[in-house]
Write a protein that binds this ligand. Structure first.
Ligand SMILES: NC(=O)c1ccc[n+]([C@@H]2O[C@H](COP(=O)([O-])OP(=O)(O)OC[C@H]3O[C@@H](n4cnc5c(N)ncnc54)[C@H](O)[C@@H]3O)[C@@H](O)[C@H]2O)c1
Length: 320
């Protein structure tokens, strides 16, 4: 199958991630079959789709005249039979191996043999999910980043049995809807982005616990140095520019002093035990209760949206 043969997208799950992927495909001309096991979730997801679409219209990313046609491309329901004519299926249901396997066995029983199948798991092994499939060669991970309507990256991760053609097709499709797909060579726990994020968070906790700096100071330091630089050039290219002899020197005297805890993070465990989960409970390292914290979240979304507008001016995220 070529990317031009893909006309219908099956989109399972209408929650935080699923509503955003459905909208992204519909905005790019695809017919979308949006399936969720809960009618209520479909209604919530549809409201989120309309909200995000209106934000894109206000930002000038989508024309108002296209609004209704985009919404009309999304057909929602609770019956998996609707997926029978899907050429590509993206799944964003609960992060649970049992649920994922059950969903994929059901999907494979209704879709064609050619359909390419993608899970948006945050880190479960695609090889482990694919054990329930008769044709695992066309199954892989397409890991969107949250908020998926605003973040460009999608990690495309093969299982041990995925055909290269399925990886290439998925990369082409995802780039074609204005996202930035990056294929991994092989599956790994946490893929790539979450591995790097975990290493950074572990050291941030270490710095705070050793009294080297406050959480506020850590965030400020990253925002105004590494964050800025890495949004232009990644850490490996940045090391090249800094000089690998410098980084080699840093490794010699510093690596042994960095945290290398291999178990659950004790600081995060304690926060969770206190019920301080962050924005969702109103308290984490910061308080997320006042109007200021809501303004901060809105500011983050405005910045991400502005970056998307800039991407589009520069010819799309896939070409950067
Ligand atoms: N939220 C994130 O930050 C994020 C980021 C990247 C990937 N993911 C992954 O995306 C997936 C979905 O996460 P989310 O945050 O959107 O979850 P969510 O809870 O917001 O949405 C999940 C949806 O799946 C539906 N669902 C559950 N079982 C189903 C079934 N058997 N058939 C059809 N629909 C079913 C639920 O009704 C719900 O609407 C997970 O695998 C998660 O790890 C999440």
């Amino acid at each position: 199958m070529n990317v031009e043969d893909i006309k219908v997208i099956g989109n399972i799950g209408a929650g935080t991630m699923g509503h955003a992927t459905a909208l992204q495909f519909a905005m790019n001309g695809y017919a979308v079959k949006l399936v969720d096991s809960s009618q209520e979730a479909l209604e919530r997801g549809t409201a989120l789709i309309e909200h995000d679409l209106d934000t894109f219209i206000q930002a000038g990313l989508v024309q108002e005249t296209e609004r209704q046609a985009i919404l009309d491309r999304i057909r929602s329901g609770t019956d998996y039979a609707a997926l029978s004519d899907a050429d590509f299926v993206i799944e964003s249901v609960l992060e649970d191996m049992g649920v994922k396997r059950e969903v994929w066995a059901k999907v494979e029983s209704v879709v064609s043999e050619q359909a390419v199948l993608a899970t948006n798991t945050s880190g479960l092994s695609p090889s482990a999910i694919a054990t329930v499939l008769k044709r695992p060669q066309r199954f892989l991970v397409a890991h969107f980043w949250n908020p998926a309507q605003l973040m460009p990256l999608v990690e495309v991760v093969p299982s041990k049995e995925t055909d290269k053609a399925a990886v290439d097709l998925t990369v082409e499709l995802i780039n074609g809807i204005g996202k930035h797909a990056v294929a991994l060579s092989t599956e790994s726990l946490g893929f790539v982005g979450n591995r790097i994020q975990a290493a950074v968070i572990r050291e941030c906790m270490n710095i705070v616990n050793r009294g080297i700096a406050t959480p506020e100071a850590v965030d400020e330091i990253v925002k105004y140095s590494l964050g800025r630089r890495w949004s232009v050039l990644g850490p490996i290219a940045s090391a090249d520019l800094g000089g690998l002899d410098i980084f080699d020197g840093l490794s010699k005297y510093m690596y042994a002093d960095l945290d290398n805890n291999a178990g659950e993070d004790p600081t995060l465990k304690a926060k969770v035990a206190e019920g301080h989960l962050g924005a969702k409970t109103g308290q984490g390292f910061y308080s997320w209760q006042g109007a200021d914290s809501q303004a901060l979240i809105q500011e983050r979304d405005r910045s991400l949206l502005k970056a998307l507008v800039d991407d589009q001016k520069n010819g799309g995220a896939q070409e950067r």
